[in-house]
Design a protein around this ligand. Structure first.
Ligand SMILES: [Zn+2]
Length: 377
């Protein structure tokens, strides 16, 4: 590990240059031309390192990049990340890439352009110091992770299936801790349908859809159960047309977070079972679990312990934690493939304007990933 770390530390100036270029090439989720340009740039880097690079076409989003590397054993590992960021085009002119006090700043630097950098650094170090990869590696960078991964989910699942393990290069938890559990997400839309009437002339003929949905919202909010790790949040409400009209329609958008599939089923059932409270009102309920929870399985714990062992040789006491946010690791973990997440950079402020990455720890994080790839999984 000492050789790997000293090589990676020597390579740091070049690595920072690569990071700066990646941050400068903006890649907002919904801007296909920009994301395509970014993903071609990154693809060229992996191709130059000997990867077999291909792109999976996406209509509405940037193309997804797959780079395959062969290793000395036939076992295959998936290194998973995303190219899109939450920042709109032009953000870079307000907040250009900069380094101050050992921290790199810029849109998307932490979530997760530094994660892409770490993949490249780890593969390069194994090739140069260890003369080749110990295992076959697939690098998959999807382009719609920040907006639900609708176009990439099948690609992620099919690339993950033949793999022994999945390492996700999403940002770490504060202090560099890995993510061994993530909540799952469900999205539901509830519509209440009543009957319009003049609020002054014949209100008795109306059925107030806003009154109906208000009662449903109170029921939904009460489904939150902190002990089970479940939250139900009504985040958007709309209804009515004018103050003097009994409203015929009202709608609510609901976000649910759950820690287990069992809980996902329980909550889904409760939501689907909502029934109208006002005579003459109707409800329409749509939605489902969008991302299954990433549960802390025995296999995940085993992978984390291996990572801890590798980190120890680098002088790092590695910790683990969980998060209410989901990633593409939720999909691979739900397939039963051991998944370890949060292997990206040490930093903070994901999705915030003060987003930053610790520069001095980049070689350590790359060495951690390289070391993990060298372990018997
Ligand atoms: Zn991310």
């Amino acid at each position: 590990m000492g050789d790997l770390l000293s090589y990676l530390t020597q390579q740091l100036p070049g690595a920072i240059e690569f990071l700066e270029k990646m941050v400068a090439l903006e890649s907002p989720s919904f801007d296909k031309p920009l994301v395509d340009e970014f993903v071609r740039f990154v693809g060229a880097q992996f191709a130059a390192m000997g990867g077999q690079v291909e792109f999976a076409h996406a209509d509405k989003f940037g193309d997804h990049m797959i780079a395959r590397f062969t290793g000395s054993s036939s076992e295959r590992i998936l290194l998973l990340g995303h190219t899109d960021t939450v920042w709109p085009a032009g953000e870079i002119t307000k907040r250009p890439f900069k380094i101050t006090g050992g921290r790199a700043f810029g849109p998307g630097v932490f979530d997760m352009k530094a994660g892409i950098l770490l993949i490249a650094m780890a593969i390069d170090a194994l090739q140069k110091v260890d003369r080749g990869l110990p295992k076959c590696v697939t690098v998959l960078l999807v382009s719609d992770e920040e907006v639900g991964s609708t176009s990439s989910r099948t690609v992620t699942e099919s690339e993950a299936r033949p793999c022994r393990a999945v390492f996700v290069l999403e940002p770490s938890l504060p202090g560099g801790a890995l993510k061994t559990a993530r909540k799952g997400i469900g999205r539901f839309a509830l519509k209440a349908i009543g009957r319009a009437a003049h609020a002054g002339i014949d209100p008795q003929n109306g059925v107030n859809a806003i009154e109906e949905i208000s009662q449903q919202i109170l029921k939904l909010q009460k489904m939150t159960d902190p002990v089970r790790g479940t939250t139900v949040t009504v985040g958007v409400v709309q209804g009515g047309t004018r103050p003097n009209v009994v409203p015929a329609e009202a709608a609510a958008e609901i976000d649910i977070r759950i820690s287990s599939m069992e809980e996902a089923e329980r909550i889904t059932k409760m939501i689907k079972a909502l029934s109208p409270q006002l005579p003459g009102a109707r409800l329409e309920i749509r939605g489902s679990i969008n991302r299954p929870p990433m549960e802390r399985t025995a296999e995940t714990i085993r992978l984390f312990q291996l990572a801890q062992k590798v980190a120890q040789t680098l002088g790092i006491a590695l910790k683990e934690g969980s998060t209410g946010g989901a990633s593409d690791g939720n999909f691979t973990s739900a397939l039963g493939i051991p998944t370890l997440d949060g292997l990206g950079a040490v930093g903070g402020g994901a999705h915030a304007v003060d987003e930053w990455v610790d520069i001095q720890l980049l070689p350590h994080r790359a060495a951690l990933l390289a070391g993990l790839l060298s372990e018997r999984l």
